[in-house]
Design a protein around this ligand. Structure first.
Ligand code: NAI
Ligand code: MG
Length: 369
């Protein structure tokens, strides 16, 4: 039986509550003999700061480096508002992304038919929606130098951020997008602003070349990023995979996310470079939502974003595509049966707890087996 090493970093707030539901899945897969996961646990975020004085310890980082995949809950909360900037809870996530070299962020936007009425768009525009935004995560204007605020001689201030991309950075994110598309509908839309940005010109050129040389069977379309935002709201189902830079990806992935309803439903993956020797990638999976201090500790959190993140790990890190499909079908069937945590329930309707939702997904998996 295949065996995988999974590092679970539950974090703060609702992180541990939704992580507990993943452990139910892990145990189920184990019992069924479908896959064995060696699950290690460690602290991250405020919890790690309280214990070690840093948002992630060196020991936890070493475990993350060694793991087949990291599953991350969420970090932060008002308790840590006053901690030194270098040790704020988010620093744990940023260090993981940086040290593991996680340059590709995959954000699926899937609309379950049972929830199509929760979208701000009409049902016909979102029912059956299944797209992925691939966002470059370690380059671009969030990191480019110079990055500063300087005071000019006349007393005015001038702020500078630098958008910067190299051929190599664009090539590797383009490959992630084309590889992903090949397992889906084989359509990639590449979004940039070549009309006003030099990085957009290079982006367009490199993606075009990677397509021509390496993935000629895929359908490639170039779209200006602002138009892409409009199209995502006007007719999102025209897309399959959208690949874009760090800044545009930050915005476009949030736009795509809200087409589908609640934060509690949204998984994500962040992938690093493929190791040429083993073919494996460093990878971190996490729900898009934060630590939700307003509902933490009350059993109200929706675990589906976290369960779906584990599903992405099954698919992209462990190669267990059938298991991933089965998990997605189990989630869809639980929703179709009408089960709702409070965030996705109609106002005044009955809602189930975090644990009840997790149990129901396991039961649906078992039924499909
Ligand atoms: P948030 O995502 O934690 O919560 C926003 C709203 O959505 C809240 O009303 C919350 O109750 C609800 N919500 C979020 N996840 C839910 C779930 N699974 N089920 C049901 N309802 C859910 O974002 P917010 O409030 O802006 O930030 C709270 C804390 O989380 C802050 O300390 C922030 O820095 C941190 N944060 C951490 C992130 C991470 O760990 N990757 C990402 C975003 C925020
Ligand atoms: Mg964002």
């Amino acid at each position: 039986m295949a065996s995988f090493n999974l590092l679970l970093l539950p974090g703060d707030g609702i992180g541990p509550e939704v992580a507990a539901e993943v452990e139910k899945l892990v145990k189920w897969f184990d019992r069924q003999g479908l896959a064995r996961f060696e699950v290690e646990h460690d602290l991250v975020g405020g919890a790690a700061y309280d214990a070690h004085g840093a948002a992630i310890s060196d020991a936890a980082m070493a475990r993350a480096e060694a793991a087949d995949a990291v599953l991350f809950g969420a970090v932060g909360g008002p308790k840590w508002d006053g901690v030194p900037y270098a040790h704020r809870p988010e620093a744990g996530l940023l260090r993981l992304r940086k040290d593991l070299g996680l340059f590709a962020n995959l954000r699926p936007a899937i609309c379950y038919p049972a929830l199509a009425d929760a979208s701000s768009l009409k049902r016909e525009h979102v029912e059956g929606l299944d797209i992925v935004i691939v966002r470059e995560l370690t380059g671009g204007v969030y990191f480019g130098e110079p990055k500063e605020i300087v005071t000019l001689e006349n007393g005015e201030k001038r702020a500078v951020d630098t958008q910067l991309y190299t051929t190599h950075e664009i090539e590797r994110i383009a490959r992630v997008a084309f590889e992903l598309a090949a397992r889906r509908r084989n359509h990639v839309a590449s979004a940039e602003k070549r009309n006003v940005m030099r990085t957009g010109v290079l982006w367009n050129e490199v993606v075009t070349r990677v397509h021509k040389d390496e993935y000629p069977g895929a359908r490639l379309e170039h779209v200006l990023a602002d138009n892409c935002a409009m199209q995502l709201v006007r007719n999102p189902k025209q897309y399959d995979v959208v690949v874009t830079d760090n800044l545009f990806g930050d915005i476009l992935s949030d736009v795509a996310a809200m087409l589908t309803g609640s934060l509690g439903m949204l998984p994500s993956a962040s992938l690093g470079a493929e190791d040429p020797a083993t073919g494996k990638r460093k990878a971190l999976y996490e729900p898009v939502h934060g630590s939700a201090p307003d509902i933490a500790g009350q059993g109200l959190a929706n675990p589906i974003a976290m369960l779906g993140s584990f599903g992405m790990a099954l698919r992209y890190s462990f190669g267990l595509v059938e298991a991933a499909d089965r998990l997605e079908a189990a989630i869809a069937s639980v929703l179709a049966a009408g089960l709702r945590t409070r965030d996705i329930a109609a106002p005044g309707a009955n809602a189930v707890s975090t644990g009840e939702m997790g149990d129901a997904v396991v039961a649906a998996l078992a039924k499909a087996a």
